[in-house]
Design a protein around this ligand. Structure first.
Ligand SMILES: Cc1ncc(C[n+]2csc(CCOP(=O)(O)OP(=O)(O)O)c2C)c(N)n1
Length: 621
């Protein structure tokens, strides 16, 4: 049990423990071993240093850069590959663990939902080669559809969760996670959040260790989860929980900062930095692990202070556990359960607790930011799909990707959006309800279609739904930064591979009406959509045109507007193109429009919708 309050940094402890366990020599103290790294880069480094042989992921902000950075390490060291979705990615990692090598998978928080079925079983099986998941939560919902707290899901799966507080810990905890995984026969989760994943700080790096391949262990009782085996494994999980609790009770990964006994703060992850910024003198217990909680260490800390405050983003995971232990604790009564923390949030909570007086000295200056509404890029090929959908007054079940931006003004053409891959089955439900007078159309991006859109398309065909599906094929995963995937025919490491043929795939499912149309041809798009809607049954329209900014900005000749001919009708403004801007010149109470030639991509959509023929290429009016 840790009894002495030490200011020993967690980094030293973590590196020491990792080095001991891995039998690697001490890190050279030279400057060259210290680098600025994003939290995500540091996790990638930790994976490489831990001797991992197989790493996989499906992209999703804020986790995407982890695998991208892993792929920078030599292919001779480890396999790094994009999975078709998070469950596939986890299953690949599980397979590698089965044959006795260290395996890693990462995803954003909602990706864990997709992978969860496998996680709930592999937690019973345990590991052969270590199996580590990095899951990146998004408090504040910077780029997600919810802000679920992955710690709760890990608790249900009885998977230990390590929570680094900075980039150094991101590396160290990731390395150690592999040791814990093998020592306790369990998958281990390293939980990050947007702020940690995307913040750069100094990191002392180590060397890659060599881990012996263990080979497959012949044991159906352990490897085959049927009821008879699972029943025997479940009690082992409870034993594992107990052993992990004991381990974490004395682990040097948990850090204690000395301070007055008036009050003590228990925190974890990035919240620790905010606490230290606001009350550097406070007595703090920074937990490295948030499941299972080190109950002995917690009890000991709580006994030492008069008041116990828990500072944790999102759900009251630590707080609830302390209450169950019969410890009086304040947490969510002071600090919010929603949104991202900041030093200001901590300050407000501590003022509310009566531990700080309100500081008004810095309140005077509040930098204001101009609101920048998210818009589709100039020349985005998704624009035309939603223009034509509006013109046929479709009820549009949307999905997740860049194209979700078509839900806002001026396109305003998406009626629903739930989670990745939901659009097609949502459309089936709408159509089957039989009370719809408008055409029912599902819109889904190419990567999202392969991620989770194929089973619902099979469902639609099998159940004879009368819907149109638009696959918006921009040949990339644009939303997360333009990754390759099975639809591009290029691997993560840039090698050529088989490319999914959407037409053939859809046809093989039994779809009888399939057309592929150039997204920049509005007339053809319109005609094809009308035909698709008239078709009785499932029709698939593939709107096909590479993303305008991936892999390079594809710039055509820039268009211009003849001011004398522009009637100010604003038809072009319905595109929501950021290159179209109002002039001061008014006609019939409307602004005339001009084109920002520095950003116009030459897609020609504005020229196609202009009823006055005022938009044209230079010299062609
Ligand atoms: C379960 C899950 N995994 C990952 C993400 C992150 N994400 C959002 S949209 C998207 C894919 C977008 O690609 P695509 O469907 O091709 O549309 P595009 O952005 O290229 O238009 C991803 C990976 C998510 N929101 N949910």
């Amino acid at each position: 049990m840790t009894t002495v309050l030490q200011m020993t940094t967690i980094h030293q402890a973590a590196v020491r423990q990792s080095d001991d366990a891995c039998k690697v020599g001490k890190h050279a103290a030279g400057q060259r071993d210290i680098r600025p790294m994003l939290g995500n880069e540091a996790i990638a480094r930790g994976v490489w240093e831990a001797g991992v042989k197989v790493a996989t992921a499906y992209p999703g902000t804020p986790s995407t850069e982890i695998l991208e950075n892993i792929a920078r390490y030599p292919a001779a060291d480890l396999v790094a590959q994009w999975g078709t979705n998070e469950k596939v990615a986890l299953d690949v990692a599980i397979g590698a663990s089965f044959v006795g090598v260290r395996a890693f998978v990462c995803m954003k928080h909602v990706g864990l939902n997709v992978a969860y079925d496998s996680l709930m079983s592999v937690t019973y099986i345990g590991v052969n080669g270590a199996l580590v998941l990095a899951v990146c939560d998004d408090p504040g919902i910077h780029s997600s559809q919810n802000e679920q707290d992955s710690r709760l899901l890990a608790r249900i799966a009885m998977v230990p969760v390590l929570e680094p507080a900075d980039a150094q810990e991101a590396l160290d905890f990731t390395r150690i996670a592999f040791e814990i995984s093998e020592q306790f026969d369990t998958p281990v989760m390293v939980r990050s959040t947007t702020r940690l994943s995307h913040t750069r700080s100094r990191v002392r790096v180590g060397q890659r260790i060599t881990v012996e391949d263990k080979g497959f262990i012949e044991s159906t009782a352990k490897n085959v989860m049927v009821p008879a085996h699972a029943r025997l494994r479940h009690p082992l999980l409870l034993e594992r929980e107990q052993k992990l609790t004991e381990y974490f009770n004395t682990s040097p990964l948990n850090q204690q900062d000395a301070g007055s006994s008036h009050y003590g703060i228990i925190t974890a992850g990035i919240s620790y930095s905010y606490v230290k910024e606001v009350v550097p003198e406070a007595q703090v217990l920074k937990l490295a692990v948030t499941w299972p909680l080190p109950s002995g260490l917690l009890r000991e800390f709580c006994d030492r202070v008069e008041r116990v405050l828990v500072v944790e983003e999102l759900e009251p995971v630590i707080e609830d556990e302390l209450r169950k232990m019969g410890i009086a604790v304040e947490g969510k009564s002071l600090f919010p359960r929603v949104g991202e923390f900041s030093p200001a949030v901590i300050q407000t909570g501590l003022v509310k607790a009566g531990l700080l007086t309100a500081d008004t000295t810095e309140a005077a200056y509040e930098p204001s930011q101009l609101a920048r509404p998210p818009v589709l890029c100039a020349g985005c090929p998704h624009t035309s799909s939603y223009m034509v959908l509006r013109s046929v007054n479709a009820r549009v079940a949307g999905d997740i990707g860049c194209y979700t931006l078509a839900s806002i003004e001026p396109l305003d053409a998406v009626d629903t959006c739930v989670a990745m891959g939901c659009s097609i089955a949502n459309a089936v439900g709408m159509a089957k309800a039989d009370n719809q007078t408008r055409p029912i159309v599902a819109t889904i991006g190419d990567s999202t279609f392969l991620h989770a859109g194929i089973p619902p398309l099979i469902d639609a065909v099998y159940n004879k739904a009368d819907i149109t599906v638009m696959i918006l094929d921009n040949h990339t995963v644009a939303m997360t930064g333009g990754q390759d995937y099975a639809g591009t025919g290029i691997t993560l490491r840039g090698e050529k591979t088989e490319r999914v043929n959407f037409r053939d795939l859809v046809t093989s499912i039994g779809v009888k009406w399939v057309r592929q149309v150039d997204s920049y041809n509005l007339a053809q798009m319109h005609k094809a959509l009308q035909e698709a809607i008239r078709f009785k049954g499932v029709a698939v329209l593939i709107s096909d045109r590479p993303c305008v900014i991936d892999p390079i900005r594809i710039r055509g000749a820039v268009y211009q507007i003849t001011a004398a001919t522009c009637s100010g009708c604003q038809s072009c403004m319905n595109l929501g193109c950021p290159s179209l801007v109002w002039t001061d010149e008014m006609i019939d109470g409307h602004h005339k429009v001009t084109i920002d030639t520095s950003t116009c991509m030459g897609c020609s959509l504005c020229a196609q919708v202009c009823p006055s023929d005022a938009i044209h290429l230079p010299g062609l009016q």
